[in-house]
Design a protein around this ligand. Structure first.
Ligand SMILES: Nc1ncnc2c1ncn2[C@@H]1O[C@H](COP(=O)(O)OP(=O)(O)OP(=O)(O)O)[C@@H](O)[C@H]1O
Ligand SMILES: [Mg+2]
Length: 229
Protein backbone atom coordinates (compact mmCIF):
# COMPACT_ATOMS: atom_id res chain seq x y z
CA UNK A 1 0.00 0.00 0.00
CA UNK A 2 1.26 3.46 -0.86
CA UNK A 3 1.74 5.31 2.38
CA UNK A 4 1.63 8.89 1.21
CA UNK A 5 -1.03 10.74 3.15
CA UNK A 6 -3.08 13.63 1.74
CA UNK A 7 -5.34 15.84 3.80
CA UNK A 8 -7.68 17.67 1.45
CA UNK A 9 -9.84 20.61 2.45
CA UNK A 10 -10.69 19.40 5.95
CA UNK A 11 -13.27 21.31 7.96
CA UNK A 12 -14.41 20.35 11.43
CA UNK A 13 -17.20 22.13 13.25
CA UNK A 14 -18.28 21.20 16.76
CA UNK A 15 -21.80 22.15 17.85
CA UNK A 16 -24.37 24.04 15.86
CA UNK A 17 -25.58 27.54 15.04
CA UNK A 18 -24.57 30.15 17.58
CA UNK A 19 -22.58 27.68 19.68
CA UNK A 20 -20.66 26.28 16.69
CA UNK A 21 -16.87 26.08 17.02
CA UNK A 22 -14.97 25.90 13.74
CA UNK A 23 -11.99 23.89 14.93
CA UNK A 24 -10.54 23.30 11.43
CA UNK A 25 -11.04 25.50 8.37
CA UNK A 26 -10.08 24.17 4.96
CA UNK A 27 -6.87 22.46 6.05
CA UNK A 28 -4.89 20.81 3.25
CA UNK A 29 -1.41 19.32 3.08
CA UNK A 30 0.24 16.06 2.25
CA UNK A 31 2.90 14.00 3.93
CA UNK A 32 5.42 12.10 1.92
CA UNK A 33 6.64 8.74 3.11
CA UNK A 34 9.27 8.79 5.82
CA UNK A 35 8.85 12.47 6.60
CA UNK A 36 9.02 14.21 9.97
CA UNK A 37 6.63 17.14 10.34
CA UNK A 38 5.91 19.26 13.41
CA UNK A 39 2.60 21.02 14.00
CA UNK A 40 2.70 24.07 16.23
CA UNK A 41 0.05 26.56 17.27
CA UNK A 42 -1.59 28.08 20.31
CA UNK A 43 -3.91 26.19 22.62
CA UNK A 44 -7.26 25.76 20.88
CA UNK A 45 -5.82 26.23 17.37
CA UNK A 46 -7.04 22.79 16.28
CA UNK A 47 -3.95 20.60 16.59
CA UNK A 48 -5.56 17.66 18.41
CA UNK A 49 -8.66 17.86 16.22
CA UNK A 50 -6.45 17.62 13.14
CA UNK A 51 -4.59 14.58 14.49
CA UNK A 52 -7.90 12.93 15.40
CA UNK A 53 -9.24 13.50 11.87
CA UNK A 54 -6.07 12.00 10.35
CA UNK A 55 -6.09 9.12 12.80
CA UNK A 56 -9.64 8.14 11.87
CA UNK A 57 -10.97 9.05 15.32
CA UNK A 58 -12.99 12.14 14.49
CA UNK A 59 -14.98 12.41 11.27
CA UNK A 60 -14.36 15.76 9.55
CA UNK A 61 -17.44 17.85 8.75
CA UNK A 62 -16.12 17.93 5.18
CA UNK A 63 -12.93 17.12 3.32
CA UNK A 64 -10.86 14.00 2.80
CA UNK A 65 -8.05 12.07 4.42
CA UNK A 66 -6.50 9.99 1.65
CA UNK A 67 -4.00 7.19 2.14
CA UNK A 68 -2.95 4.78 -0.59
CA UNK A 69 -5.42 6.55 -2.90
CA UNK A 70 -8.38 5.87 -0.57
CA UNK A 71 -10.40 8.35 1.48
CA UNK A 72 -10.57 6.81 4.95
CA UNK A 73 -13.97 8.40 5.59
CA UNK A 74 -15.59 6.67 2.61
CA UNK A 75 -14.27 3.32 3.86
CA UNK A 76 -16.57 1.03 5.79
CA UNK A 77 -16.18 1.44 9.56
CA UNK A 78 -14.37 -1.87 9.83
CA UNK A 79 -11.88 -0.96 7.08
CA UNK A 80 -11.22 2.38 8.74
CA UNK A 81 -10.60 0.55 12.02
CA UNK A 82 -8.10 -1.69 10.25
CA UNK A 83 -6.42 1.35 8.68
CA UNK A 84 -6.08 2.83 12.15
CA UNK A 85 -4.76 -0.35 13.72
CA UNK A 86 -2.33 -1.29 10.99
CA UNK A 87 -0.97 2.04 9.80
CA UNK A 88 -1.28 4.56 12.62
CA UNK A 89 0.54 4.75 15.93
CA UNK A 90 -1.17 7.38 18.07
CA UNK A 91 0.38 9.00 21.13
CA UNK A 92 -2.53 10.71 22.86
CA UNK A 93 -2.16 14.05 24.60
CA UNK A 94 -3.66 12.49 27.73
CA UNK A 95 -2.12 9.00 27.25
CA UNK A 96 -5.34 6.89 27.39
CA UNK A 97 -3.58 4.00 29.12
CA UNK A 98 -5.73 1.15 30.43
CA UNK A 99 -5.63 1.45 34.21
CA UNK A 100 -6.21 -2.24 34.96
CA UNK A 101 -3.26 -3.33 32.83
CA UNK A 102 0.46 -3.12 33.53
CA UNK A 103 2.93 -1.13 31.45
CA UNK A 104 3.95 -4.27 29.56
CA UNK A 105 0.34 -5.27 28.93
CA UNK A 106 -0.62 -1.77 27.78
CA UNK A 107 2.14 -1.94 25.16
CA UNK A 108 0.85 -5.36 24.01
CA UNK A 109 -2.73 -4.11 23.59
CA UNK A 110 -2.47 -2.99 19.91
CA UNK A 111 -1.32 -6.50 18.93
CA UNK A 112 -3.99 -8.23 21.02
CA UNK A 113 -6.71 -6.06 19.53
CA UNK A 114 -5.49 -7.08 16.08
CA UNK A 115 -5.44 -10.77 17.07
CA UNK A 116 -1.69 -10.95 16.74
CA UNK A 117 1.06 -12.21 19.01
CA UNK A 118 2.90 -9.20 20.41
CA UNK A 119 6.55 -9.06 19.35
CA UNK A 120 7.76 -9.35 22.92
CA UNK A 121 11.47 -9.01 22.06
CA UNK A 122 10.75 -5.74 20.30
CA UNK A 123 8.49 -4.58 23.13
CA UNK A 124 11.21 -5.38 25.68
CA UNK A 125 13.69 -3.37 23.62
CA UNK A 126 11.28 -0.41 23.51
CA UNK A 127 10.79 -0.66 27.28
CA UNK A 128 14.55 -0.66 27.76
CA UNK A 129 15.10 2.23 25.38
CA UNK A 130 12.45 4.26 27.17
CA UNK A 131 13.94 3.52 30.60
CA UNK A 132 10.84 1.70 31.82
CA UNK A 133 12.44 -1.65 32.71
CA UNK A 134 11.68 -1.32 36.39
CA UNK A 135 8.13 -0.22 35.68
CA UNK A 136 7.11 -2.95 33.23
CA UNK A 137 4.91 -4.72 35.79
CA UNK A 138 3.48 -1.59 37.37
CA UNK A 139 0.04 -0.12 36.69
CA UNK A 140 -0.47 3.38 35.22
CA UNK A 141 -1.61 4.79 38.59
CA UNK A 142 1.79 3.80 40.02
CA UNK A 143 3.70 5.81 37.40
CA UNK A 144 4.74 9.42 37.12
CA UNK A 145 3.25 11.51 34.28
CA UNK A 146 6.47 11.18 32.31
CA UNK A 147 6.53 7.39 32.74
CA UNK A 148 2.91 7.17 31.58
CA UNK A 149 3.84 9.29 28.59
CA UNK A 150 6.74 7.02 27.66
CA UNK A 151 4.46 3.98 28.01
CA UNK A 152 2.02 5.64 25.63
CA UNK A 153 4.87 6.20 23.16
CA UNK A 154 5.97 2.56 23.42
CA UNK A 155 2.39 1.45 22.79
CA UNK A 156 2.21 3.65 19.68
CA UNK A 157 5.44 2.15 18.31
CA UNK A 158 4.66 -1.46 19.23
CA UNK A 159 3.27 -2.49 15.84
CA UNK A 160 5.81 -0.48 13.82
CA UNK A 161 3.17 1.77 12.22
CA UNK A 162 3.70 3.63 8.93
CA UNK A 163 2.55 6.90 10.46
CA UNK A 164 3.11 8.11 14.02
CA UNK A 165 0.72 10.78 15.25
CA UNK A 166 2.08 12.23 18.48
CA UNK A 167 0.18 14.86 20.43
CA UNK A 168 2.58 16.73 22.75
CA UNK A 169 4.56 13.56 23.54
CA UNK A 170 7.08 15.57 25.56
CA UNK A 171 4.51 17.63 27.45
CA UNK A 172 5.14 15.82 30.75
CA UNK A 173 8.86 15.32 30.46
CA UNK A 174 11.80 17.42 31.57
CA UNK A 175 14.08 18.78 28.87
CA UNK A 176 16.55 15.89 28.91
CA UNK A 177 13.88 13.16 28.82
CA UNK A 178 11.98 15.13 26.18
CA UNK A 179 15.08 15.21 24.01
CA UNK A 180 15.66 11.49 24.44
CA UNK A 181 12.08 10.71 23.56
CA UNK A 182 12.36 12.72 20.34
CA UNK A 183 15.61 10.89 19.59
CA UNK A 184 13.74 7.60 19.94
CA UNK A 185 10.96 8.78 17.61
CA UNK A 186 13.54 9.94 15.04
CA UNK A 187 15.42 6.66 15.34
CA UNK A 188 12.20 4.69 14.82
CA UNK A 189 11.19 6.92 11.89
CA UNK A 190 14.53 6.36 10.14
CA UNK A 191 14.89 2.68 10.92
CA UNK A 192 11.32 1.65 10.08
CA UNK A 193 10.81 4.35 7.40
CA UNK A 194 7.90 5.85 9.30
CA UNK A 195 6.34 9.30 8.93
CA UNK A 196 5.92 11.37 12.07
CA UNK A 197 3.38 14.11 12.60
CA UNK A 198 4.21 15.63 15.94
CA UNK A 199 2.28 18.31 17.80
CA UNK A 200 4.41 20.42 20.10
CA UNK A 201 4.50 23.87 21.60
CA UNK A 202 8.25 23.54 22.16
CA UNK A 203 10.00 25.30 19.28
CA UNK A 204 13.28 23.62 20.10
CA UNK A 205 11.60 20.27 19.44
CA UNK A 206 9.77 21.55 16.36
CA UNK A 207 13.15 22.53 14.91
CA UNK A 208 14.19 18.86 14.85
CA UNK A 209 11.50 18.24 12.21
CA UNK A 210 12.04 18.56 8.46
CA UNK A 211 8.93 20.66 8.11
CA UNK A 212 6.95 22.92 10.45
CA UNK A 213 3.23 23.62 9.98
CA UNK A 214 1.66 26.38 12.06
CA UNK A 215 -2.06 26.38 12.86
CA UNK A 216 -4.02 29.40 14.00
CA UNK A 217 -7.77 29.34 14.59
CA UNK A 218 -8.05 26.11 12.61
CA UNK A 219 -6.15 27.41 9.56
CA UNK A 220 -2.64 26.68 8.34
CA UNK A 221 -0.89 30.05 8.51
CA UNK A 222 2.54 28.77 7.57
CA UNK A 223 4.05 25.57 6.20
CA UNK A 224 7.81 25.73 5.86
CA UNK A 225 10.73 23.43 5.22
CA UNK A 226 13.16 23.50 8.09
CA UNK A 227 16.46 24.67 6.66
CA UNK A 228 18.25 24.53 9.99
CA UNK A 229 18.75 20.75 9.88
N1 LIG B 1 -15.52 17.63 21.35
C1 LIG B 1 -15.52 18.97 21.24
N2 LIG B 1 -16.67 19.67 21.35
C2 LIG B 1 -16.69 21.01 21.21
N3 LIG B 1 -15.60 21.76 20.94
C3 LIG B 1 -14.43 21.12 20.82
C4 LIG B 1 -14.32 19.70 20.96
N4 LIG B 1 -13.03 19.34 20.79
C5 LIG B 1 -12.35 20.49 20.56
N5 LIG B 1 -13.19 21.55 20.57
C6 LIG B 1 -12.83 22.96 20.32
O1 LIG B 1 -12.12 23.01 19.08
C7 LIG B 1 -11.02 23.91 19.16
C8 LIG B 1 -9.74 23.19 18.84
O2 LIG B 1 -9.48 22.25 19.89
P1 LIG B 1 -8.19 21.32 19.89
O3 LIG B 1 -8.33 20.39 21.03
O4 LIG B 1 -8.03 20.73 18.55
O5 LIG B 1 -7.04 22.39 20.17
P2 LIG B 1 -5.48 22.19 20.41
O6 LIG B 1 -4.76 23.04 19.40
O7 LIG B 1 -5.15 20.74 20.44
O8 LIG B 1 -5.26 22.83 21.85
P3 LIG B 1 -4.24 22.41 23.05
O9 LIG B 1 -2.89 22.98 22.66
O10 LIG B 1 -4.81 23.12 24.24
O11 LIG B 1 -4.24 20.93 23.19
C9 LIG B 1 -11.07 24.52 20.56
O12 LIG B 1 -11.77 25.76 20.47
C10 LIG B 1 -11.87 23.50 21.35
O13 LIG B 1 -12.57 24.13 22.40
MG1 LIG C 1 -4.49 19.44 21.93
Amino acid sequence: MEKRLAIIGINKTFGQKETAVHALNDVSFSLSEQSFTAIVGKSGSGKTTLLNCIGGLETPTSGKVVIGGKDIYTMKDYDRTLYRRRHIGYVFQFFNLLSEMTVFENICVPAWIDNRQPDTDYIRSLIKFLGLEEKADKYPAQLSGGEQQRTAVARALALKPDIILADEPTGNLDKQNGKELINLLIHSHRFYKQSILLVTHDLEIARRAQRIITLEDGCIISDTENNEL
